[in-house]
Design a protein around this ligand. Sequence first.
Ligand code: MG
Length: 161
Amino acid sequence: MIGFGYDIHRLAPGRKLMLGGVAIPFEKGPVAHSDGDVLVHALCDALLGAAALGDIGKHFPDSAPEFKGVSSLDLLHRVVELVHEKNYVIINVDVTVVLERPKIGPHVLQMTETLAPVLQLSTGRVSIKATTNEGFGGIGAGEAIAAFAVAQIEPAVSPHS
Ligand code: MG
């Protein structure tokens, strides 16, 4: 089974840029109720989508005070639990981040090594890529950051089957 996720956040000066659970040095960061980690949010939605469990907003509503400033990695932990509780195992994930600046390449290894244990996957099953928006629109103007993710899951094999 496959799931797809998408997220976008507006960028503003003086906010911390969290991406894939890693703090990236930059002069802008996402405006968000949580830490605004678009990569992790897209990944959560892909995993929830694969298991037909709704979306991140359903499980962690923006209106709930307990999720204000929450680490998106904590949300991902919970999403992985939900997927496992529905008796699925995660096979692999693939994410593309769309942003103009900064360059993400130097941080991809750290993101992969941060996310793989949360997903209970080897790093070879966690793919993170980035592209610019070629100067188009709000993302191209550096006013926003977006991410697309897909996740594949499979029913866990029961010891009795
Ligand atoms: Mg988000």
